[in-house]
Design a protein around this ligand. Sequence first.
Ligand code: ATP
Length: 517
Amino acid sequence: MAQQEDVFKKIVSHCKEYGFVFPSSDIYDGLGAVYDYGQNGVELKNNIKQYWWQSMVLLHENIVGIDAAIFMHPTTWKASGHVDAFNDPLIDNRDSKKRYRADVLIEEQIAKYDDKIEKEVEKARKRFGDSFDEAKYRETSERVREAQEKRDALHKRYQQVMNAPGGIDLEGMKQIILDEEIVCPISGTRNWTDVRQFNLMFKTEVGAAAEGASTIYLRPETAQGIFVNYLNVQKTGRMKLPFGIAQIGKAFRNEIVARQFIFRMREFEQMEMQFFVKPGTELQWFSDWKQTRMKWHQNLGFGAENYRFHDHDKLAHYANAATDIEFRMPFGFKEVEGIHSRTNFDLSSHAKYSGKKIEYFDPETNESYTPYVIETSIGVDRMFLSIMCHSYEEQKLDNGEIRTVLHLPAALAPVKLAVFPLTKKDGMPEKAQEIIKDLRFHFNCKYEEKDQIGKRYRRMDAIGCPYCVTVDQQTLEDDTVTLRDRDTMEQKRVKIADLRGIIEDKVSITSLLKNLL
Ligand code: ATP
């Protein structure tokens, strides 16, 4: 675990050192849980967004996009339930003065039992070798059974407090924390305050005069911008059910605990798609979208074993089914995307609060009804982090050197091709620039002439550039260059005229999209 934490720290500093992510307002020592994307980060981020947008809007005839404003009429958040219920249960440790989410402390305790069980099973697997019968071992091992019983009892209690009839049972939560003897990781003590609810929305005011000003919120999710535009899009786009509306945009949450770099930020970006369906068909669509979205993730080639679904223990006030897609980060499996069956809660509620009729007239059955909604909601920044974590490698080479390389999927890499003149003379720089001049219309190219070739390769490895081309003496004679592959480090001689054909297909988003069909 300590090793994993070290890796994570290295990834965070790599992100800064190579222009991917900087702390916000860095010269003033940063602002908690707010980050800026640098010259390479913005390219990677834009590519992630493009991969998502195109998979939704280009590949589905019945999905269209919008871009709604961040500020919305304040009643939106009354109708959506956020003013009353967008809370996290918080608890403080009196000794360290650190604040935690009480639900997260309990979930981490459940995960500890899970880890313990898995470790026992792994140990036994090694001991018994080929003859290992896992199911039988789980049943018969005293230690595994005991840990499993404790885990299940805790899980059941947790579900009960989260789903208590009058809302989350805050006293019950505290009691679990005390009974499980959960300690603050900083102070190591169990000196906890009571659990309180904390609303996560940021407030601000519109209007100049204090008397005339009214309170508005920074949106905590992009979804509501879609719901309030449902009628506009359905009518103007003559959309027929089922259909979807996609949107990418900023969202803001005053997170209580914001310690894991860009995993949990106060200002972040979401890619959300609301899919409107006929009532009664929603659970089938929920299941279809689960598969579609998992395929989108696994298409990046990070290995199916690094993803899992995690069904929610507590359903949000609007949902009748919900699951998360989790990815194996260096700090455990963590949510990257949520898929929710939101029923007709949002549209009905907006109809009630606005007094407008928000329905769909079904020409096949001649009925009017409020559509049900399946939502897929993914954080751009979390996706970015998962890609960074999986791509980062400190590779030991045969000569004993370590090279730091980002194995980014080529289609997402910030720079696709670096072109180097071997030396700064004999017309090599001009030749290299000529190559770039031709190729820059097709993908992002970078010119580098400083330092020895080996160092230039390392710099490109560190930003995940999949291809490097070197212009040398022979280039000037026969118009061929060496093309070096980031992952295998193999070099081959190719004609300049063939470069585009070799590279373009591998680095285009289209190459990723084609595998989705
Ligand atoms: P969590 O349980 O981790 O707080 P959530 O269940 O509240 O997340 P959703 O409301 O389902 O998250 O939001 C959808 C997606 O938006 C998440 O899967 C995540 O990728 C992203 N997201 C949510 N909150 C944050 C945040 N504070 N920083 C970065 N990304 C976030």
